[in-house]
Design a protein around this ligand. Structure first.
Ligand code: GYE
Length: 311
């Protein structure tokens, strides 16, 4: 009868949602986890997810968004690789009345061009990392080298800002070298090798701050290759809380990480469904939690609980 048909229609509606997802790439373990969690969250909701990997190139993301608009998707998710250059394509999506949700990075564009942004407070992440170092070294002189994330991305800009704020009143802690490792292990290792060579083998370097764990893991290898002990000769603090940084903690080779949840899609899809259902406007910025982990926090257990989540 009618009720059976109505039921079929309702469930069919949810399954009819088609969402385009422009993902940056797979530059880090955390990025890979975000991709797999997003696919799971879509699957759970019966959403048809159209996935596009941009290999970390903005022009590929803009092409993907234009493709989604032409396809007439119901909504777009995008993790914007850098903060600038989005105004035109976001305006085209708005013109086509396709809501856009930003994941894990922000854009320098008018806020009415996107429905909501789901991300961590990246200034806070940098501040938490810096405060950990302040608490750990006290008044001891500490020369720090910094591995920055992708140039022009909001996490790189904000994590640098937050860390500098935290150490600002501690003249004994100074950043002596800072360079981008583009959020990858390979570049992190390469740049750290350069830092060690430039700082006569690195024996005067007290700490390495990396904007993500993948660059830290690369740097750890470079420190070991130089005959120094990461985690003791050179302290290691970074961000993401991926399994391999917990493995490094178990080995005594890393000292602190600030957790970044890979599940930005859950809150994003919840906001999207409420908006599409009855026009509910979500908060413009949905902020995820940032939590400090050190070797005192059962790193083996944290490794075990995260392994296999797509990292
Ligand atoms: O920390 C890193 C990834 O955009 C906040 O991008 C994200 C960062 C994350 O490459 O692992």
């Amino acid at each position: 009868g009618a009720s059976v048909i109505a039921l079929a229609c309702t469930s069919a509606y949810a399954a009819d949602l088609t969402v385009g997802f422009s993902q940056i790439g797979s530059e880090s373990g955390w990025r890979a986890a975000e991709t797999s969690v997003t696919k799971q969250e879509a699957e759970k909701r019966g959403i048809d997810l159209k996935f596009a990997d941009a290999q970390q190139k903005q022009e590929n993301q803009i092409k993907a968004l234009r493709g989604f608009i032409a396809q007439g998707v119901d909504a777009i998710l995008v993790a914007p690789v850098v903060a600038t250059g989005w105004d035109d394509v976001l305006a085209e999506a708005k013109e086509a009345e396709i809501p856009v949700i930003l994941l894990d990075r922000g854009v320098d564009a008018p806020q009415d061009l996107y429905l909501t942004s789901v991300a961590s407070d990246q200034v806070k992440e940098g501040r938490v990392a810096g405060q950990w170092l302040v608490d750990t070294v006290g008044d001891k002189p500490c020369k720090v080298v910094e591995l920055q994330g992708t140039v022009g991305s909001t996490p790189a800009i904000n994590r640098k800002k937050g860390f500098e704020e935290a150490i600002a009143d501690h003249a004994n802690i100074t950043i002596i070298r800072s360079q981008t490792g583009d959020f990858t292990r390979a570049k992190g290792k390469e740049v750290m090798e350069g830092f060690l060579k430039a700082e006569n083998g690195g024996k005067d370097i007290c700490a390495m701050y990396a904007h993500n764990d993948d660059m830290a893991v690369g740097a750890i290898q470079a420190i070991k290759d130089a005959g120094l002990k990461p985690g003791s000769d050179i302290l290691v603090v970074s961000i993401d809380a991926v399994p391999d940084i917990f493995a490094a903690m178990v080995a005594g080779e890393a000292n602190a990480t600030v957790e970044l949840t890979p599940n930005m899609a859950g809150p994003a899809f919840d906001a999207l469904e409420a908006y599409l259902k009855d026009g509910t406007q979500p908060e413009k910025f949905i902020i995820t939690e940032s939590k400090l982990y050190t070797p005192a926090d059962n790193p083996q257990g944290e490794y075990d609980s995260r392994k296999g989540l797509g990292y």
